[in-house]
Design a protein around this ligand. Structure first.
Ligand code: FES
Length: 139
């Protein structure tokens, strides 16, 4: 088993969207992270939930917009490669999403990044975006 914390099942990560969770970083600051599907192994990647252009959240609590071309920034429409985190178009061109290390084992996604500690599913202040922000979480 990976020496990390289980985040979610791979099946919880939508093909066209993202799975949002919160981790604390080295400075004990809460940071939002998204899981997205990637065609390359292990099939899932994790990125800090922020567009480097103007620090816009990619997933605002309802899942990021993910198309064939990539993860779409809701502010200016730049698209990021779900596997590399790179952006080569629009306002955010030339930037890369900060990555968070995850591993997949037996259909589950684990947080294995030394810089982050899993806190909880959903956003940093879940509920701030209104009731719908938690709608993707199944209780
Ligand atoms: S804030 Fe994302 S492209 Fe401008």
């Amino acid at each position: 088993m990976p020496t990390g914390t289980r985040i979610a099942a791979v099946d919880d990560v939508p093909e066209r969207g993202s799975y949002l969770f919160t981790a604390s970083d080295r400075h004990s600051e809460d940071t939002e992270v998204i899981l997205v599907r990637c065609e390359e192994a292990p099939g899932v990647r994790a990125w800090v939930n922020v567009c480097p252009h103007e620090f816009q959240r990619l997933d605002r609590g309802r899942g990021a917009a993910v198309r064939d071309e990539g993860i779409v920034c809701p502010k200016h429409g730049s698209m990021f490669d779900p596997c590399s985190g790179d952006c080569d178009n629009g306002e955010a061109s030339g930037t890369t999403l900060p990555d968070v290390a995850v591993a997949v084992e037996d259909g589950d996604v684990f947080l294995v990044d030394d810089g982050y500690t899993f806190r909880h599913e959903g956003g940093e202040e879940d509920g701030d975006d209104g009731p719908s922000s938690t709608s993707h979480i199944g209780f």
